[in-house]
Write a protein that binds this ligand. Sequence first.
Ligand code: AP5
Length: 225
Amino acid sequence: MAAQLNLILFGPPGAGKGTQAERLCDDFQLPFISTGDMLRGHVKDETDLGQKAKEYMDAGDLVPDELILAMVRERLLEDDARDGFILDGFPRNADQATALDEQLSDLGRRVTAALLIDVPDEEVIRRLSGRRVCTEAGHNYHIEFDPPKHDDVCDQDGSELIQRDDDKPEVIEHRLGVYHEKTQPLVEYYDEQGLMRRIDGTRAAADVHGHIRAVIATLRLEEDV
Ligand code: AP5
C-alpha cells in the first residue's frame, strides 16, 4: 500500500486551526476534516445530531463521544480520505484518540503525525473575543488582526459576519478549561509515540502557515508519498 499522510491538527480553541485550514486546503491534495465545522453544519441543517450537539457546543462542552465517533468513522471511510487527511478538532480526548487508532489499524493505516499549534491562554482570549465568522461558509476574520474590508461583511462571499455563540467571554474561559483538562494530555500521548510536531502559533498567520507547510513537506519526504 502507498504511504499516506494521516495528520492531526490540534491546539487550544482560537489557536488558528480554521485559519490555517483555509490556506492548507489550497496547498495539499488532502481533505481537511473539521469536527467543529461538521457539527456546525448539522446545527444549521437542524439534523437530529445537530439538535443533540447544539447545547453542548453553546456551553463550550465536548459533544458526547458516541455522537462524534460515529460521525468521524463514517467521514474517514469516504473516498477522498483514502490516501490521507488533515483532521482538525479530533481527537479531543483519550477515548477519541484510542478510537481513531483502532479504526485506522483496522484499515491497515496509522496516524502519521500530530501538529500542535501552540498559543497561550491570554492570546486565545484576545483572538476569540475579536473573531467574526461569515454566515455563508464560515470564513474567519478578526476585528483587529484580520479585519474585513467592510464592517460585518465577508470579503469572499458578501455574507453577514457574526460572533459565534461560543465566543462569549464566559464560554471562552470554559472551553479553555475543557481543552487543558481533556485535550492537552494528548500532547504527551503523541509525544511518547514520536508523532508530535510543535508549531509556534503566536506568530503571524502567514508565518504559521509557512511552518506547517514545511513540516508537512518534510513528512512527505520521510513517508515517501
Ligand atoms: P471547534 O470548531 O473545533 O472549535 P475550537 O477547537 O474551539 O477552535 P476554534 O474554531 O474556536 O478556533 P481555531 O483554532 O479554528 O481558530 P481560528 O482560526 O478561528 O469546536 C467547537 C465545538 O464543537 C467544541 O467546543 C465542541 O463543543 C464541539 N466539538 C468539536 N469537535 C469535537 C470533538 N472531537 N469532540 C467533542 N466535541 C467536539 O482563529 C481564531 C481567531 O484568531 C480568528 O479571528 C482569526 O482571524 C485569528 N487568528 C488566527 N490566526 C492568527 C494569527 N496567527 N495571528 C493573529 N490572529 C490570528
